[in-house]
Design a protein around this ligand. Structure first.
Ligand SMILES: [Mn+2]
Length: 324
């Protein structure tokens, strides 16, 4: 965001602070985007880590808690034939519709929408909800996506057919039609309003897909070379100062598995503990964060609920918790 003049800046900050004093928690235990059924336990583990009271500790009220129903797909593995390039699409479409509606209602109520997964396929719905909200107001929003992976595969390029590797592409208008056209329009977000931070583990085709997407990418090497502060500033500048809100889609696998072991698809060489917090603190400083996804927490792979506790800490940072 380009820095506005001091007076208007503080006005914006004040009105945004008032608007955002309340959150809506949307629990979405979706596991249909990949083979890791343990992600369905993510919301429960974050509740155990005192998500609600830790948010209230910051002075926020919890406006509403929404439980999204996810259908049982007991035959998930039977859908694993190579002939099927996107698995569980009808089920994921139904869940996405419910998530989209819950997120849009949360924004209409003037609250920050926090969607707790579940795998990253839930971002199809959350971003659809955010997009519908701003579309009705003819306003722009930005998207900052933290991930070890690109999540930008299409059914044609995905080696696995797992939809949790496709939600970014779907939000940009590429992929299975029933998911792309959720709420009757596409794309949900313009590539120039997006940044993808922390990538280090891309599928073969994804390297080109990321390069050609128009999204501003930052690899872990960029993080190493420039630091979180510089790249976050670049991301915000590229997204533009004329937005009315930011959506943060945070895949916990962006963090190094030594720090966050409880994720489905870990990849070494990720964010440190402080880099994870700092990135979200910097976004919170903009007073623009209106909606957040926290995804891919897999308690069956965690150690003493450590990753769930970290995830709750990160929600606090995204909501503006400061050290002092
Ligand atoms: Mn992801």
């Amino acid at each position: 965001m380009s820095a506005p003049k001091a007076s208007s800046s503080s006005l914006v900050a004040n009105s945004a602070a008032k608007l955002n004093r309340s959150v809506t928690l949307i629990y979405c235990p979706i596991h249909l985007g990949g083979p890791h059924a343990g992600v369905a336990l993510g919301p429960g583990a974050m509740k155990v880590a005192r998500l609600v009271s830790r948010i209230k500790d910051l002075g926020y009220t919890v406006h509403k808690e929404v439980e999204i129903a996810v259908p049982e797909v007991l035959t998930w593995w039977e859908k694993s034939t190579s002939a099927i390039h996107s698995r569980c699409v009808p089920e994921i479409a139904a869940v996405s519709q419910a998530v989209a509606q819950a997120v849009e209602e949360a924004l209409e109520a003037g609250t920050v929408a926090i969607t707790i997964g579940g795998d990253h396929s839930l971002a199809i719905g959350s971003i659809a909800g955010v997009s519908s909200y701003y579309r009705k107001r003819k306003e722009e929003f930005g998207l900052v996506w933290f991930d070890a992976h690109g999540d930008i595969n299409t059914p044609a390029t995905s080696p696995s057919g797992n939809v949790h590797g496709m939600p970014f592409a779907i939000s940009l208008g590429q992929g299975d039609e029933s998911l792309v056209n959720l709420n009757g329009f596409s794309p949900k977000v313009q590539a120039k309003r997006c940044s993808l931070i922390g990538i280090r583990d891309l599928d073969q085709a994804e390297t080109d897909l990321v390069r050609d997407s128009g999204v501003l990418p930052f690899t872990m090497r960029d993080v190493d070379e420039q630091g979180i502060k510089k790249i976050t500033e670049q991301a915000l500048q590229s997204i533009g100062g004329d937005i009315h809100g930011l959506h943060v889609s945070f895949d916990l696998d962006v963090i190094d598995p030594d720090v966050a072991p409880g994720v489905s698809t870990d990849s070494r060489g990720g964010f440190t503990y402080r880099e994870s917090h700092f990135a979200l603190e910097l976004l919170a400083d903009t007073k623009m964060v209106r909606s957040i996804d926290i995804v891919e927490l897999n308690p069956t792979l965690d150690i003493k609920n450590r990753t769930a506790q970290l995830a709750v800490d990160l929600v606090q940072s995204a909501l503006g918790k400061n050290i002092l």
